[in-house]
Design a protein around this ligand. Structure first.
Ligand code: GRF
Length: 226
């Protein structure tokens, strides 16, 4: 389903922590620019700040605590059942820090997005800002991608880049990248909700009906009014 002027795309957002990307998405959704209906926010960790962000916006906020399940399969089963109760057309990973199995990911094939703090395929995994500095990278940034079984390996929709300063620290770099994430993630979600991006059967992204051969660049896109 694609959102139209009268319908909004149902989405569920998964978090594990702070929820600043969640907050940016909520802000844009509330200002009417995204075309989405955030049906629920689900955290795999109890008591995290992102849950309060959702609750303050009047969005159902729930916990499926991975630590309460015997194994990954049981956790994922519970998570999938709960997500599907809300019948989302898109699942948004916003700082969701659990690895997902191929079976779980396949269930949401073409309808699950993630934001990752690096210019993928560079620096998949954790501690990207420290690794960017230690690796002497001159450029760093963030990527929004469709989620596939390969961790941080799915097709990239949109990237945002910035220079790494000679005296950068991981925290300073992370803060600058985060500002970009807050702009780019709502934009990519809006593209999905309006049917501009689509994952075809061969696993390629179609953008406005044409195959995307390289990610879109945030700096070249018209900013959302939120
Ligand atoms: C972000 O840097 C995101 O790219 C990464 O985890 C962080 C989540 O931050 N996947 P927040 O919870 O959205 O504030």
């Amino acid at each position: 389903m694609t959102a139209t002027a009268t319908t909004r795309l149902p989405i569920v957002i998964l978090i594990s922590g702070r929820g600043s990307n969640l907050e940016a998405i909520i802000r844009c959704a509330q200002r009417g620019g995204l075309g989405v209906d955030i049906r629920a926010v689900i955290s795999n960790r109890p008591g995290v700040p992102g849950l309060a962000v959702a609750a303050a916006a009047g969005i159902p906020a729930e916990v499926i605590d991975h630590a309460a399940y015997a194994d990954r399969a049981a956790f994922e089963r519970a998570l999938r059942v709960r997500i599907d109760t809300f019948r989302p057309d898109l699942v948004v990973l916003a700082g969701f820090m659990r690895l997902l199995t191929a079976g779980f990911v396949a269930h949401y094939h073409g309808r699950m997005l993630n934001v990752h703090p690096s210019l993928l395929p560079a620096l998949p995994g954790l501690e990207t800002h420290r690794r960017a500095i230690e690796g002497g990278l001159r450029e760093h940034g963030a990527s929004v991608h469709f989620v596939t079984a390969e961790v941080d390996g799915g097709p990239v929709v949109l990237q945002a880049r910035l220079p790494v300063a000679a005296d950068d620290t991981p925290d300073a770099l992370a803060a600058r990248v985060l500002v970009l994430e807050h702009r780019m993630y709502p934009l990519a979600i809006q593209w999905f909700a309006s049917g501009r991006i689509f994952l075809d059967e061969s696993g390629h992204i179609l953008f406005d009906g044409k195959r995307l051969t390289q990610p879109r660049e945030l700096a070249r896109e018209k900013p959302l009014p939120c």
